[in-house]
Design a protein around this ligand. Sequence first.
Ligand code: SIN
Ligand code: MN
Length: 206
Amino acid sequence: MSNRIEIAPGVVHYPGWFERAAQEALVASLREVAKAAPLFTPRMPRTGQPFSVKMTNCGALGWVSDINGYRYQPTHPDTGAAWPPMPLALLDAWQSLAAYPHPPEACLVNFYDGPAKMGLHQDRDEQDFDAPVLSVSLGDTGVFRVGATTRGGPTRSVKLQSGDALSFGGPARLAFHGIDRIIPGTSTLLPQGGRINLTLRRVTRP
Ligand code: SIN
Ligand code: MN
């Protein structure tokens, strides 16, 4: 069991939701995911500027970003293959934590090496905002920042450690959020260090 800490209305942190053995099993599943759907470098719409994180996806739909924009699509942008299925442990976590009666359709896998970070943004490419976004952190600690649903509002930060889950939904579904930095050397889960973040999302209206 894990504590449930509501850090802001609709933003709930579950420290240590996945114990160490479950984290290791998840990493093993994600290595299989990355074999079928290699990590790629997303690019900003219009400018083509590369993100500092590398990405892949599992589930029926995957989130991609390139010069033409942000979108969900059923296939990998480089290989054209369907995304591999979502590991069952993630579907279980969604069932336990999402308080939403339909399964997630997309799991975005973000890989942060030492200097990678992610600027404040909203997750708003989904048709269904009734479902929360559920995030799972693995590896080195990430400094997560979350704020209001308007840009420039107050923000707070929370350290997400390996095994932590965090959901944002309801009044926080469109909250701005991002990763300020990764704290190196804070986990032994990934032999080369770095951080993996998984975000599970419902995309279409059931
Ligand atoms: C994201 O917003 O896509 C990632 C958040 C995180 O890495 O914790
Ligand atoms: Mn996001």
